[in-house]
Design a protein around this ligand. Structure first.
Ligand code: NAD
Length: 294
């Protein structure tokens, strides 16, 4: 069993970007700039944003956080997005989800300029993804693909089982694994909350991607010998032994599943780190795309 180490792969991605930014600065050009919009004070969102900004700083990107109050009216957020769209020196816009109830998430995502949509959630970018055109791939599936590539995991002709069909993880990773490219060409089965016989389906998987959000959902008796298991799940569970008061756990019972696998991602230290690295890569690509146009 080998660990797919998100720390190692994300560091390789970041080192590459850091060099590229240093090169830009040497040439007297500005660095790519990521703007993150954070509404309210959700603890997990605060942590994610802080980590994204810290990673920007590490590699020399410019970054800004736009903090808005939990009870902000939707039109105020719309104004903020429109302003960021128009700001020439901002390359990537990220709106941290979830948003408070009074705000229509879809409406906000649809307002982000697709050329700055580094989370890859705008329908124009989703459409391009479906058609296999260059686009911003949502960061988590993009990070998973970078990981498969780094470890040269053979996917062609393999049966991939994706558990979860969300727009940010399950759906796009199922499309990517199915497309005709070196780390695609899988036969893909997508499972969800209404699937039946999920255990039998999972047992057919050469590759199993768990993106459910239920700790311990994937058990050893669902996984065949030598499968590749990618655990996307991130759930905070109460843990009094931790200073923070919680632990981060995945969807897979690592201790019993790992011995059966050829490769597996840990949680933490797996897909989560890759998500940030992929977001940075999207931001760099947004910068280069836009600067070709300017
Ligand atoms: P979501 O709630 O939008 O989607 C969950 C999916 O799981 C749904 O499609 C649903 O049909 C399916 N599902 C729910 N119950 C099920 C069941 N009993 N059996 C089979 N399928 C079931 O969640 P999401 O945004 O896709 O995130 C999934 C998990 O991944 C969460 O834990 C989230 O925190 C985590 N996540 C991690 C990263 C990362 O960077 N590692 C990024 C995004 C999301």
């Amino acid at each position: 069993m080998h660990i797919l180490d998100g720390k190692v792969v994300s560091q390789a991605v970041k080192d590459d970007l850091k060099q590229k930014v240093a090169f830009l600065k040497e040439k007297g050009k500005r660095a790519p700039h990521l703007a993150a919009v954070l509404v309210g004070h959700n603890g997990a969102s605060e942590t994610y944003i802080a980590s994204k900004i810290k990673n920007c700083e590490e590699i020399g990107f410019a970054s800004s956080i736009i903090r808005l109050e939990e009870d902000i009216a939707e039109f105020e957020l719309i104004k903020t997005i429109k302003k960021l769209n128009e700001e020439d020196t901002i390359d990537g816009i990220l709106v941290q989800l979830p948003l408070p109830k009074q705000i229509n998430e879809q409406r906000i995502i649809h307002l982000i300029d697709p050329t700055k949509d580094v989370d890859g959630l705008h329908p124009i970018n989703t459409g391009k993804l479906v058609q296999g055109l260059p686009t911003f791939i949502p960061a988590t599936p993009y990070g998973i693909m970078l990981m498969l590539e780094h470890y040269n995991i053979q996917t062609s002709g393999k049966h991939a089982i994706v558990i979860g069909r969300s727009n940010i993880v399950g759906r796009p990773i199922s499309i990517l694994l199915n497309q005709s490219h070196p780390f695609g060409n899988c036969t893909v089965t997508v499972c969800h909350s209404k699937s039946i016989n999920l255990k039998e389906i999972c047992l057919q998987g050469d590759i199993v991607i768990a993106a459910v959000g239920i700790p311990g959902y994937v058990k050893a008796d669902m996984i065949k010998e030598n499968a590749v298991v990618i655990d996307v799940g991130i759930t905070r569970v109460k843990d009094d032994s931790k200073k923070s008061g919680f632990s981060i756990v995945g969807d897979v019972i690592f201790e019993t599943v790992a011995p059966k696998c050829s490769f597996i991602t840990p949680v933490p230290g797996g897909v989560g780190l890759m998500t940030i690295a992929a977001l940075l890569k999207n931001t760099y690509n947004a910068y280069t795309n836009r600067n070709e146009i300017l």
